[in-house]
Ligand binder design. Structure first.
Ligand code: ADP
Length: 149
């Protein structure tokens, strides 16, 4: 089993899409291992989006992520990072395929509803950035036998 980090961005909170997005991860068969609401700061966003710091939209993205609190989640499953990335679609909502979260709910490169770790390796780093160990819960889903053969 693998764990991955998801952030329901301000665009998701403001547009009342939280239930819809959570429902997609649940219906796919992922297990919610942690969830909390958090007001992001410049400090944590400088770290989280360090790979974008030379891009012209860096400040705009950071501002947009602080407009209101976000929902931080840890989802678990086999190949969870890859599975979640395929459910959310590519970065730009106008290019994301219909059926994906960004493809169905976003028409923007920036306001794209959700963040998800891009690999199992970055998920480990990002989970440590946003969660303490005692905020991650290990429990069994009674549906495992029906999810994975
Ligand atoms: P992803 O979120 O798909 O992993 P990146 O790590 O490249 O993509 O970018 C992080 C976030 O920065 C994106 O989700 C989006 O909110 C914003 N962003 C990326 N590219 C652009 C862009 N060209 N214009 C505006 N915002 C962007």
């Amino acid at each position: 089993m693998e764990k991955t980090l998801v952030i329901l961005k301000p665009s998701c909170v403001q547009r009342a899409l939280m239930g819809e997005v959570i429902s997609r991860f649940e219906k796919k068969g992922l297990r919610l291992a942690g969830m909390k609401m958090m007001q992001l700061t410049d400090t944590i966003l400088n770290e989280h989006y360090a790979h974008l710091k030379e891009r012209p939209f860096f400040q705009r993205v950071k501002d947009s992520m602080q407009i209101c609190p976000v929902i931080i989640q840890c989802w678990e499953g086999i190949d969870a990072a890859k599975v979640v990335r395929s459910l959310i679609g590519v970065t730009n909502g106008r290019e994301a395929l219909p059926g994906t979260i960004r493809g169905d709910f976003s028409v923007s490169a920036q306001e794209n509803i959700v963040h998800a770790s891009d690999s199992a390796e970055s998920a480990k780093i990002e989970l440590k950035r946003f969660f303490t160990d005692n905020e991650i819960f290990d429990y069994k889903l009674s549906t495992y036998a029906h999810l994975y053969a």
